[in-house]
Design a binder for this molecule. Structure first.
Ligand SMILES: [Fe+2]
Length: 564
């Protein structure tokens, strides 16, 4: 069974799943070099088909993860009630709610029409299966997880009129328990604050999370509570004077209310309130299952909201929760896979669970890499022992552009397209960010081999699949704080990548060799990209980044590029 998954909206992309295993996946931004590209993912489709060795005509099904036909019987009555509530509370909110609904109807229709037209033109029309946005997020989270029973939470700004859903995953079924409208959106809430802090919504939310550790949440959390909150046992926003479900153009009263506080305190309050609301909401469903005599101990998460590594850490710490899995391409870039997994489950086809890799993108041979090096006329030489030489470079404090194997699918670099650096010097967060033209408030992330992880991260367990993909924070042990200070945040946490040898042998061996040589329990792993550009994909991208002085040297395939 060969299934092509597609999304053609924000961070569009494609995936190919063969006999229940995703064999290739990529987002369009990596090919077009336009971050979060929303154009139709022709490059991604071409790539996944070629990587899987199949022709488009051989595909059994095409699944689409955004924009199911508007469900009039379910969504419309609930939305109408929601609109009436909003206008009753604040008559002035009528404009806001009407605009919200119109924007969603009109914008999404354009995407749906485009997808339908392309499906007709390519002979996919009879094979096309369209799934709801949040149901697709839920599919990626649950069917990507190792659990047979789990509560599945999705959260983002909005998709198909919803901002959050709750499902119970049982066996091969996802049973919907609840959903919240795109008015009551914790995603919009967080993005508006991101915007008010002078950062770019839907891109820089992670900076707000990092900045939060420097502030006092109590100073202005009362303002956050006026925007949205956990009331009447669910999430409700106060649409109007203090909150609007849009990324930009915040209400003047909100701007004014926050103008009296430092950026750090605003970020801290924003993060604290997000955690308070989401934990209360999640606890409700844990309690309900427990009260029904069927307690659930596993949680699955997807949607951009769960790119928030601090929130995920708090969810794992909830009483009764044993494990948390976050689909590693948690944002809309992962919807293509989610829709495919839903279709497979609904049609009784086997899904190989859990996911075992996110190295689903293109790889390049040494010959292909050599062509790029020649084209740029950079000096290079073959490496006899890539691992040992890289360990030596890191030990000497070099900033290494590590370009190996298949590119990662999702927002995190996981040791295929990574910049690797020594973790000892805390000032690295200043000078390397400056060099990479980045402003970050969270320190660089550590990569640690699995056998050393218990010495570093409090509560870490081998079955924490989320830690393999850098989707969750941990409190660090005193030993680790002292050992790898550059990777520990002011609040004592880190968001590690725990590396198992079977996932990426060379990368694992570099980190292990570095430990043996220097005693350091981690290596800094940060994404290999130009300022505000997508992560590098092609050898050419990596060489350009090297020439732009982002890294001291490249270890690219079996080639070394550097001055010495
Ligand atoms: Fe989404």
């Amino acid at each position: 069974m060969i299934v092509l998954g597609i999304t053609n909206a924000f961070d569009s992309g494609a995936s190919l799943t063969v006999d229940g295993k995703t064999v290739a996946a990529a987002n369009e931004e990596r090919f077009s070099r336009r971050k979060q590209d929303d154009s139709f993912p022709w490059h991604s489709i071409e790539y996944v088909l070629a990587a899987g060795g199949v022709r488009a005509s051989e595909v059994d099904a095409v699944t689409y993860g955004w924009g199911r036909e508007f469900d009039k019987h379910k969504i419309l009555p609930a939305l109408s009630e929601r609109v009436i509530r909003a206008v009753r509370q604040e008559p002035d909110s009528a404009d806001v709610v009407v605009t919200r609904i119109r924007v969603e109807l009109e914008r999404d229709q354009v995407r749906r029409d485009e997808m339908a037209k392309i499906a007709r033109e390519n002979g996919w029309a009879g094979k096309l299966h369209v799934y709801d946005h949040h149901y697709s997020h839920a599919g990626s989270a649950y069917f990507g997880s190792p659990f047979d029973r789990a509560l599945v939470f999705t959260g983002d700004a909005r998709g198909d009129f919803r901002s959050a859903t709750v499902h119970l995953g049982e066996g091969d079924r996802l049973i919907e328990l609840d959903w919240r409208s795109s008015f009551d959106s914790m995603g919009f809430y967080y993005s508006i604050i991101t915007f008010l802090l002078g950062m770019r919504p839907v891109r820089h939310e992670g900076k707000v999370t990092g900045l939060a550790a420097y502030g006092d949440p109590q100073k202005c959390i009362h303002v956050m509570r006026q925007m949205i909150g956990f009331t009447e046992n669910t999430i409700y926003a106060n649409v109007g004077r203090m909150y609007k479900p849009f990324f930009t153009d915040p209400p003047p009263a909100l701007r004014e209310a926050l103008s009296h506080y430092s950026k750090e305190d605003v970020a801290a309050a924003c993060q604290q309130h997000l955690e308070d609301v989401m934990l209360a909401y999640i606890r409700r469903f844990l309690d309900e299952q427990k009260a029904a005599g069927k307690p659930v101990e596993n949680i699955c998460l997807a949607g951009g909201l769960y790119g928030n590594v601090k929130l995920n850490q708090r969810i794992l710490a909830l009483p009764g929760v044993r494990n948390v899995f976050v689909y590693p391409n948690m944002g809309d870039g992962g919807l293509c896979v989610g829709s495919t997994l839903n279709w497979l489950a609904e049609n009784g086809h086997k899904i190989r669970r859990p996911i075992d890799t996110m190295y689903l993108g293109p790889a390049f041979s040494d010959e292909e890499i050599q062509q790029a090096l020649d084209a740029h006329k950079v000096p290079y030489r073959p490496m006899k022992d890539k691992v040992t030489e890289t360990v030596d470079l890191l030990a000497r404090g070099k900033v290494v552009g590590w370009f190996q194997g298949r590119m990662e699918f999702g927002p995190r670099a996981l040791g295929s397209r990574s910049i690797l650096v020594h973790p000892k010097d805390p000032t690295v967060n200043d000078w390397l960010n400056k060099r990479l033209h980045r402003t970050e408030f969270m320190p660089f992330a550590p990569a640690t081999i699995a056998s050393l992880a218990p010495r570093c991260y409090i509560g870490w367990r081998e079955d924490h699949l989320a830690s393999r993909y850098m989707t969750i924070c941990y409190d660090c042990t005193p030993a680790f704080r002292e050992n790898s200070p550059a990777t520990v945040h002011v609040d004592g946490t880190a968001r590690p990548q725990v590396v198992f040898r079977e996932d990426n042998p060379d990368y694992h061996d570099v980190i292990e060799g570095f430990y043996k040589k220097t005693g350091n329990l981690s290596v800094i792993n940060t994404s290999f990209n130009e300022h505000e550009e997508p992560i590098v994909c092609f050898p050419d991208d990596a060489v350009r980044s090297y020439l732009g002085n982002n890294v001291d040297c490249l270890v690219i395939g079996n080639w070394y590029v550097g001055k010495e």
